[in-house]
Design a protein around this ligand. Structure first.
Ligand code: UT7
Length: 334
């Protein structure tokens, strides 16, 4: 009897825009302060993409993928599926995954599609990639989380704009070797559409196509009910982490690293304390990049590997939460 294939994260990469915008920079244009932002969110600075080219979501994804391919020891044409998680695609059509395929010079006509699940998009992508690999439908899946949130944020809305930034993380998944322990042990995805108005951007789709009036009234940006999001986020991140660990029959104390979505340092601290987990084993980089939606987890994960924190053989949990209200957790042996 042949056993089920195991899924391994073969390589990771990231790209963040060159331009740094600090809290002190925001003080100059908004009624806010470094003190307020630091205390309430943990964010000190964020990266903002160039609007003249070279740092659009698929550009960032190209650089991040090239690094991931190098780390995985793979050729670009080894990729046979691209899943591009984003709420800020390069354009409405075609999908960013196809644009990325061309930018990478992939000529094998691999399947490409975008995935819209907000901040949970990357974890949703990993779950899909795991299924494709375990069923033998794909050999090497590229999962991207890439966002240029600076284009959809109202820079006059101090309650939202101070939180967000631009970034991209890339991960390539494939099969584990026969003697290799690496595997995605369990995944748990969920959503609660009843909270959809907590974080939305209702203008610009089929229901309300963009008009000059919308633009004049600055209605075409994202809106967030911060306090409502905060409460659900802490509950959901902790609950999903427990659920995924139960599915995999792993105790919290046997987890080596938790990589949570980076939305607010207070959300991370509260989640860690509900889980009675060690904050020193929690990957946190929110101070440098803010909330970059689907990119927070792959960027934090890649940095932790590069800093020699997360090592092969260790047990890692990702837990994400976002608009929709989507959420997802995943536990794997790296
Ligand atoms: O990735 C999706 C997940 N994202 C989230 O889940 C985000 C969750 N929410 C949050 O992170 C927090 O709710 C925020 C950071 C958005 C807001 O923090 P808060 O502690 O909940 O503040 P608040 O909304 O209760 O506002 C407190 C005060 C208000 O003033 P008053 O009414 O007390 O006079 C706000 O007007 O802080 C004011 N305020 C600000 N002051 C200075 C709001 N934003 C700012 C600001 N600078 N940037």
């Amino acid at each position: 009897m042949t056993s089920m294939p195991r899924t391994k994260i073969l390589g990771t990469g990231m790209y963040v825009p060159k331009k740094i915008v600090t809290n002190f920079d925001l003080e100059k244009t908004l009624d806010t302060s470094d003190e307020w932002i630091t205390e309430r969110t943990g964010i000190k600075e964020r990266r903002i993409s160039s609007t003249t080219g070279g740092e659009f979501p698929t550009d960032m994804a190209k650089y991040a993928t090239e690094e991931a391919l190098k780390n995985a020891g793979l050729d670009r044409n080894d990729i046979d599926l691209i899943l591009f998680a984003t709420v800020t695609p390069d354009m409405p059509l075609p999908c960013s995954a196809s644009i990325l395929q061309t930018k990478l010079g992939i000529t094998n006509h691999c399947a490409c599609f975008d995935l819209s699940a907000a901040c949970s998009g990357f974890v949703y992508g990993l779950d899909l990639a795991d299924s494709y690999i375990k069923t033998g439908k794909a050999e090497h899946v590229l999962v991207i989380g890439s966002e240029m949130l600076s284009t959809v944020v109202n820079w006059k809305d101090r309650s939202v704009c101070i939180l967000l930034g631009d970034a991209c993380g890339a991960t390539i998944l494939g099969r584990s070797g026969d003697t290799d322990e690496s595997d995605i042990l369990a995944t748990h995805l969920s959503a609660d559409g009843t909270g959809k108005e907590y974080f939305d951007n209702p203008i610009g789709g089929a229901v309300a196509p963009l008009t000059v009036e919308h633009i004049a009234k600055r209605e075409h940006f994202m809106h967030m009910k911060g306090r409502d999001m905060f409460k659900v986020a802490t509950r959901t991140l902790a609950k999903n982490t427990r659920t995924v660990l139960k599915k995999a029959d792993i105790q919290m104390e046997n987890v080596d690293w938790l990589v949570p979505h980076q939305a607010n340092i207070r959300i991370i601290n509260t989640t860690v304390s509900i889980l009675k987990f060690d904050i020193n084993k929690t990957v946190i980089n929110i101070e440098k990049y803010g909330n970059t939606s689907s990119a927070t987890i792959p960027v934090a994960f890649h940095e932790a590997i590069m800093e020699n924190k997360i090592k092969r053989g260790q047990t890692v949990v990702f837990s994400a939460f976002g608009a929709g209200l989507t959420s997802g957790s995943i536990v794997f042996k790296y």
